[in-house]
Design a protein around this ligand. Structure first.
Ligand SMILES: Nc1ncnc2c1ncn2[C@@H]1O[C@H](COP(=O)(O)OP(=O)(O)OP(=O)(O)O)[C@@H](O)[C@H]1O
Ligand SMILES: [Mg+2]
Length: 310
């Protein structure tokens, strides 16, 4: 038996969240806010946390500095029983910390820094791909997956290991790649899951149908466009499926996309069809929005099944 069902590779970070930020200064350099808190995040972390709650044997391959932020992420992952044996830790590079300001009116500003750009070279650890059934890239277009050669090496090695490849996406922060830059890698991806903004940005199209068409023309086998409160759109060479969102009282959409993908991948690995897994992922995304935080609301698989079939 393989060591894990799913290995999530990519971003792990700490969010420093300032809520109720008042932009009017109270002194030459002082400002007020309602609260300040730290929370563990990043796509690979959110995806791994969701997959493990859904009963998957889950591992993470990410970078952490040897600093308090890195310790905080590691403890969170260990408490969740995620396999942390592949985590890379280095003294010379800090753990990425995102600073987020949320104003009273809900307007958000999120600041990334050079630590988010550090590339830990996941391709060097590709021998471990034989020890998992699938890898999940969180996210394509962000470090370490903002370098065409590294993306190609990771995907080629995963293909050689004969495992399934899921890739989430993000808008660029430091380095910008186009789809053409990834033309050799895109045909190796089994499922790509951009949200509507990301798909529009990279394809230059306006409708989910057109966006999916462009991604398929680059050789991606299956495309899922996440449409927020409008649900999702699935497309491959044979099928197109549009699902409306599950009706839920949404309070915070942070991490909904990560929950969607982890749910979709988990269910597919359990043997579900694309259509069944899509329905399940759609419900995971919806559940995620019902509480503050990226991984708070979703507790286990039965809760998702209950939402689908009350
Ligand atoms: N308001 C909502 N009501 C119900 N379901 C939702 C809602 N918002 C999101 N979802 C579900 O979650 C999925 C993913 O959400 P979204 O499109 O916001 O992804 P995303 O932008 O990648 O999210 P993030 O990057 O913040 O994790 C949607 O496709 C949908 O299934
Ligand atoms: Mg997303």
């Amino acid at each position: 038996m393989k060591k894990t069902d799913l290995l999530c590779i990519g971003t792990a970070l700490v969010d420093s969240i300032i809520k109720g930020f008042d932009p009017t200064p109270i002194s030459a350099s002082g400002y007020r806010a309602a609260s300040g808190s730290l929370s563990v995040g990043g796509e690979a972390v959110n995806e791994a946390a969701t997959a493990v709650k859904l009963g998957m044997r889950t591992g993470i391959l990410c970078f952490l500095g040897e600093d308090p932020a890195g310790d905080m992420i590691l403890h969170t992952l260990q408490d969740l029983h995620i396999d942390t044996s592949l985590i890379i830790r280095e003294k010379e590079h800090p753990t990425p910390v995102t600073t987020m300001f949320v104003q009273e009116d809900g307007t958000r500003r999120s600041i990334t820094n050079l630590a988010h750009r550090y590339n830990f070279h996941p391709e060097r650890f590709a021998a471990c791909f034989r020890e998992t059934s699938a890898i999940l890239l969180g996210s394509l277009f962000r470090a370490p997956f903002d370098d065409p050669q590294i993306i190609r090496e990771v995907l080629q090695k995963a293909k050689e290991a004969g495992i399934l490849i899921f890739a989430d996406t993000k808008l660029p922060n430091f380095r910008t790649l186009s789809l053409a830059d990834l033309k050799e890698s895109l045909p190796l991806i089994d499922y790509i899951t951009p949200n509507e903004d990301e798909a529009s940005y990279y394809t230059g199209q306006e409708t989910p149908e057109e966006m999916a068409e462009v991604l398929l023309s680059y050789g991606v086998r299956n495309v899922i466009i996440k449409l927020g409160a409008k649900g999702c759109y699935f497309r491959n060479a044979n099928t197109a499926i549009r699902l409306p969102a599950c009706a839920v009282p949404a309070v915070d959409a942070t991490g909904a996309g990560d929950s969607f993908l982890a749910g979709f991948a988990s269910e597919l690995l359990r043997g579900a069809s694309d259509a069944e897994a899509l329905r399940f992922g759609n419900a995971c995304g919806a559940l995620c929005t019902t509480a503050l935080g990226a991984t708070t609301a979703l507790k286990d698989r039965s809760q998702v099944l209950q939402l689908l079939d009350p």
